[in-house]
Design a protein around this ligand. Structure first.
Ligand SMILES: N[C@@H](CCC(=O)N[C@@H](CS)C(=O)NCC(=O)O)C(=O)O
Length: 209
């Protein structure tokens, strides 16, 4: 542990990691950043001792928190929220709950496609056919429903739904996974959320050793 009280073990190019980076910024939690350069590493130590060998993890005085949601919840405990924080369990209608499911599964689907590419599997391969179709269908569903799902939510500083959706949607172009052409409502959502200081401070890039 160095200057900050916690260390984010993550990647600046990762959409799950960006969710955590946005929470840290919004909640004014200072953190050290430990980049994971090699996602092909099969050593849990590379990932903050996360046996799942995924990013992000958050190392704190209490121990290490594996995964995005746990990381964000701990950042919320460490930080200062200016308003209510809404978590997946606060989405108590089918619309909100489904929107969260679709956004998170679409993020995981992006990981499947990128991981396949890293293994030399072309997007045109049968292995990637269903993930690619799933991602397209998920984005189309979000175009039709995300706005209404967000309108249902009470006043808040932040919801996990909007942060994860923003990170998913902006990651599409960064990773060549899709486009928001023909999705005007999602574009508007990204333009609006993208004006937040936390979004501007956490743009995607590849960490270099
Ligand atoms: N359930 C995890 C998923 C995290 C995840 O899939 N992260 C990606 C990077 S965006 C990763 O570590 N990929 C490497 C792999 O799957 O081997 C979470 O919510 O944090």
């Amino acid at each position: 542990m160095t200057r900050s009280s916690c260390t984010l073990v993550a990647r600046s190019s990762s959409h799950f990691s960006r969710v955590a980076r946005i929470y840290a910024h919004e909640l004014a939690v200072p953190y050290d950043f430990e980049p994971v350069y090699d996602l092909q590493s099969t050593t849990p130590h590379t990932y903050g001792d996360n046996p799942l060998m995924r990013v992000p993890s958050l190392r704190t005085r209490e121990g290490t928190w594996f995964g995005t949601l746990s990381t964000c919840r701990q950042l919320a405990r460490l930080g200062n929220a200016s308003g209510r924080l809404l978590w997946p369990e606060d989405l108590n209608t089918p619309l909100g709950s489904n929107a969260q499911e679709v956004a998170l599964d679409a993020m995981a689907t992006g990981v499947v496609i990128v991981t396949a590419r890293m293994a030399g599997i072309d997007d045109a391969s049968q292995y990637s056919t269903k993930p690619r179709a799933r991602l397209v269908a998920a984005i189309d569903w979000l175009e039709a429903h995300l706005q209404s799902a967000l309108e249902e939510l009470p006043p808040r500083q932040l919801s996990f739904l909007e942060v994860s959706s923003y990170c998913l949607l902006t990651h599409l172009a960064f990773r060549g996974l899709g486009s928001l052409d023909g999705h005007p409502r999602l574009r508007d959502f990204c333009d609006t959320f993208g004006q937040r200081a936390s979004a501007r401070a956490t743009g995607y890039f590849f960490d270099e050793p």
